[in-house]
Design a protein around this ligand. Structure first.
Ligand code: AHG
Ligand code: MN
Ligand code: MN
Length: 340
């Protein structure tokens, strides 16, 4: 990871403004969206810090569009994103894990140029145990005529993302994003209330020695996925095996570990759920954008995540993501089965 002394410790607003000035023709729109996203990240971090005092832990008792239990903090994080984008005109549509339909911001009056896809709170089963949580975002440009009500203009491939990133709420709060020009990491200074640049041009190691997967699901996996896991667990020091297992239950935290230390995260296809668990547009594609920008790969096992064409806004996809060599190897195991 490079630490650029010239950019280190710049506040997010100064950094995005400086980037904007460096790119001719840049309108500053991205900076304005980032500032709103950062505000949401700060508000969610505050909400998480005091949740134990405010009866904000536990479930609402409802199920979301995915049929999964909604935590109170899932709902609150979703509301925060809606609130921060309400009174601005750039983003006209929000698509979220917690909302069945796209949400249209009245103030944007159909003229906003961007749509933001959100996993407002990722890893929300961790809320009750003070374990890490995240938020994931992905920004797409809307066509000039805006969003007419037809989902088709929102069903864009990962290659069409303008920017993507995540907040990780752990011992400290960090923001990691890319707009196709490298990966940047910011740290929240709680006293000042602002994010400051701590790393630029982050590169993922080409090969790692960590795997991150829910091994409890092995019995549901296809044999080639089990074979791959057992391969990683074999003792062969010359090839860096066995790998270490690390799994937090929060995709953002697990993928961030892989970004920094190398290795791979996978949530594979299951025999009864060939589409896997994770959502393409607001989990897999934005993380694949970040990891690819850092020199790694994001794959469904058979194709690049960023090339998958979504059929629905809440589509799921198997996810294999991490160091280049590790993902190439994982794909050879996946492909070996598809050829038999
Ligand atoms: P979310 O909390 O947004 O529904 O996401 C949960 C995801 C992801 O964060 C994590 O890697 C995975 O689901 C955990 O699933 P399992 O409990 O099946 O391992
Ligand atoms: Mn999630
Ligand atoms: Mn979520």
């Amino acid at each position: 990871m490079n630490h650029l002394s010239t950019t280190a410790c710049l506040p997010l607003s100064t950094f995005t403004f400086r980037e904007q000035m460096a790119h001719a023709g840049s309108s500053g729109e991205f900076s304005r969206i980032m500032i709103q996203l950062a505000l949401a990240g700060k508000l969610i971090a505050r909400e998480l810090r005091k949740a134990g005092f405010n009866q904000m832990l536990g479930s609402t008792g409802a199920l979301n569009v995915q049929g999964e239990e909604v935590q109170k903090l899932d709902e609150r994080a979703n509301d925060i994103f809606l609130e921060v984008f309400e009174h601005q005109g750039l983003v006209s549509t929000l698509v979220s894990e917690e909302m069945e339909k796209p949400f249209h911001i009245k103030e944007a009056d159909g003229k906003g140029k961007y749509a933001v896809f959100l996993d407002p709170l990722d890893g929300s089963s961790n809320t009750d145990v003070n374990a890490p949580l995240g938020s994931i975002f992905s920004i797409h440009r809307l066509p000039p005529e805006g969003f007419s009500g037809n989902d088709e203009v929102l069903r864009k491939k990962g290659t069409d993302q303008v920017a993507a990133g995540y907040f990780l709420y752990g011992p400290s709060v960090i923001l990691v994003y890319t707009c196709g020009n490298g990966v940047f990491q910011f740290l929240l200074d709680q006293n000042v209330g602002d994010f400051f640049l701590t790393s630029a041009a982050i590169q993922i190691p080409q090969k790692g020695s960590i795997y991150s997967a829910n091994e409890g699901n092995q019995g549901k996996w296809f044999p080639e996925t089990r074979n791959f896991l057992h391969f990683l667990q074999e003792v062969e020091p010359q090839s860096g095996r066995p790998y270490s297992g690390r799994y937090s239950g929060c995709l953002v935290a697990d993928v961030h570990r892989i970004l920094i230390k190398g290795g791979l995260y996978f949530y594979p296809a299951e025999i009864k759920k060939p589409e896997g668990k994770l959502r393409l547009m607001y989990e897999a594609a934005p993380l694949a954008f970040v990891i690819e920008q850092a020199g790694g790969l994001g794959s469904s096992g058979l194709e690049r995540i960023k090339d998958v064409v979504p059929k629905t806004l809440h589509q799921r996809v198997p996810l294999w993501i991490g160091s280049r060599d590790d993902i190439v190897l994982a794909e050879t195991f996946q492909r070996s089965a598809s050829q038999t």
